[in-house]
Design a protein around this ligand. Sequence first.
Ligand code: ZN
Length: 427
Amino acid sequence: MTPKPAPFLLWILLLSATPRIGFGQDMERARATIATLCSPAFHGRGYVNGGDKIAARYLEGQFRQMGLRAFDSLYIQTFPLDINTFPGKVSLKIDKQKLPPGEAYIVNPVSQGGRGKGKIIHLDTLIFTREEARQRFMRSDLRRNVMVYEARHYANLTELPSEYLNKMHEAKALIELQKEKLTMSLSPAQISHPAFQMVKKDLDPAAKTATFRVDAKLIKGYPSQNVIGYVPGKKFPDQFVVISAHYDHLGRMGKEAAYFPGANDNASGTTLMLELARHYVLPENQPDYSIAFMAFGAEEAGLIGSRYYTEHPLFPLSQIKFMINLDLLGTGEEGMMVVNGTRLPEEFDRLTALNNQHNYLPKLQKRDNAPNSDHYFFTRKGVKAVFIYLMGGPKFYHDIYDRPETLPLTKFSEAFGLIRDFVSGME
Ligand SMILES: [Zn+2]
C-alpha cells in the first residue's frame, strides 16, 4: 500500500507527470541513448577497437531488456565485409607544423599504410590543356614527392589516358584538397601509398615538405552484424512493418587520433527506432501488424548490412507490408524529407494529412529513390519502403563535429509522433 502523499508532493507529482512536449516519448532518455552511442567507448561505431560490436551488443541488450522477440532466438545477424581501417598511428606535419587530426586533415579512406617525408609539389593543371605540360609531367620523377591536387582535378585526370593517373600515383604520398570541408567515408580497398585530404585554405601554398604516418589495415571478410527484433501483431502477425536505422558510423581514424561520433548520422535514427520499439512493446500499444525493428550495420561502408539482409531475410520479403528507414533524425527546423514519396503517393498523402492534422513538422517533402540509405535494396526487391530524414539545423556531416552536444533534436518528438500515428493507423 502506498501512503497518501502530502499536498505539495501531489503538486510535484502533477508537474513531473506533465509531458514536456507530450507525444508519449521521453526526450531525456533519447538524449542519453544518443550520448551513449556517440561516446568514445563506442569508438565511432566502426571497425577500429571493435566499435561496431560494442554498439551491436548495446542494442541487443536494449532489445532484450525491453522484451522484443528475436527471430530464431537470435537478435544478431552476422555478415562479412571488406574494410580499410586505420587502427594505429596517424599523423601529418606540414613543414614544422603538426596538424590536428580530423580538424585540419583526414586520411583518405583508400590510403595504404606508410610513413616518410617528401617535398610538396602541386599538380600542374596545364596538363589538361597543354601538350608540353603533359610531357613535362610524364617525364618528372615523383617518387620523392608528396603530390598535392584539388579534388575536382582528380576527376579531370581520370578522363586522360590512364598513364597520367598512374604517374600521379607514383608519388610517395598524396594530399587531396577539398573546397569546403572534410568529409570522411569508408573504403573496401587500398591504393598503393598513403593519402590524405585537407581543406584548400588550410594548406599554405608555399609549404615545402610534408611528413606523414598512417598505419592502415585492410581487413577482408570482417564479421559485422545487424541487430533485429520484433513485436508480434495482434490482427496480422504474418505481415510486418519494418522500422530500420543504421547504427554503424565511420569509427576511428587512428587508435587515438580522432573518432567520428555520428550523432545525427545515425545515433539519432537508431534512437528514434528504439523509442518506437519501446512504445510498441507495451501491451496497451500492441500493433495490428507485426513490427520488425532492424538496426543495420555497415551502412557507411556501402549499405552492406541491409543488402545482406535482403539476400538473407529472416522472413519472406513479401511479408513486409511497409518499411520506414530512419537516417539523420537529429534536426527538423526545415521539415522532413520522404525518399520514395514520389513512388508511394498514397502513403505520402496519409503522412501529409497526419502531419497537417497534428502540426508535427513545418513541412513534408518527397523525392525519388536514391542509393543513399538502407531502404535502397529493399526498394530494388519490390518492398514498399520510404527513407525519412529531417532537414535544417547544423550541417555537420561525416566529420568530427557531428556530436551529441551540437545536435538540436528540434523535431525528434514530432517525428516520433508522426511515424507512430502513421504505423498505428495502417489498414
Ligand atoms: Zn552516413
